[in-house]
Design a protein around this ligand. Structure first.
Ligand code: 5GP
Ligand code: ZN
Length: 113
C-alpha cells in the first residue's frame, strides 16, 4: 500500500534494522524501544490489523518469525511478550498489522499500565 511505512520497511523500499526475514514476513527493531528487545514482526502484504482477513499461512509465518526472533535475541527461554495493538482503544498508531515482541527484562504479571 502506498504511503504505508511498514509496507516500505518490510519490502526494503526503506531499509531498517532487520532481525529476521522470509518470503512472507519481516522482523525489525522498533525505533522507540520499550524493552531491551523490542522487535516488530510484520507481514510483507498490507493488512490493517489482526482482524483484516489475514490468511492463516501469514499468521503461521508471523508465529514462526516470533520464534526465530526469540532465538536470535536469546529470550526464548527467559520469556517474552507479544502484543498486537488493534484499533483506537489499543493505541494502534501504524495501521499495518504488526506484533511487538518485547523481552530481555522481567515485565511482571500485569498487562495494563
Ligand atoms: P503501535 O502503537 O501502532 O502498536 O506501534 C507502532 C510502533 O511502530 C511504535 O512502537 C513505533 O515506535 C514504531 N515505529 C513507527 N514508525 C517506525 C519506523 O519508521 N521504524 C521503526 N523501526 N519503528 C517504527
Ligand atoms: Zn502497509
Amino acid at each position: 500500500m502506498e504511503d504505508c511505512i511498514f509496507c516500505k520497511i518490510a519490502n526494503h523500499v526503506i531499509e531498517s534494522n532487520y532481525v529476521y526475514e522470509d518470503e512472507l514476513v519481516a522482523a525489525f527493531r522498533d525505533m522507540n524501544p520499550q524493552a531491551p528487545t523490542h522487535v516488530l514482526v510484520v507481514p510483507k502484504e498490507h493488512y490493517a490489523n489482526i482482524v483484516d482477513g489475514v490468511p492463516a499461512q501469514t499468521l503461521a509465518a508471523m508465529a514462526h518469525a516470533v520464534d526465530e526472533v526469540a532465538k536470535a535475541e536469546g529470550i526464548r527461554e527467559s520469556g517474552f511478550r507479544v502484543i498486537a495493538n488493534t484499533g483506537d482503544d489499543a493505541g494502534q498508531t501504524v495501521h499495518h498489522l504488526h506484533w511487538h515482541v518485547l523481552g530481555g527484562t522481567n515485565m511482571g504479571e500485569g498487562l495494563m499500565p
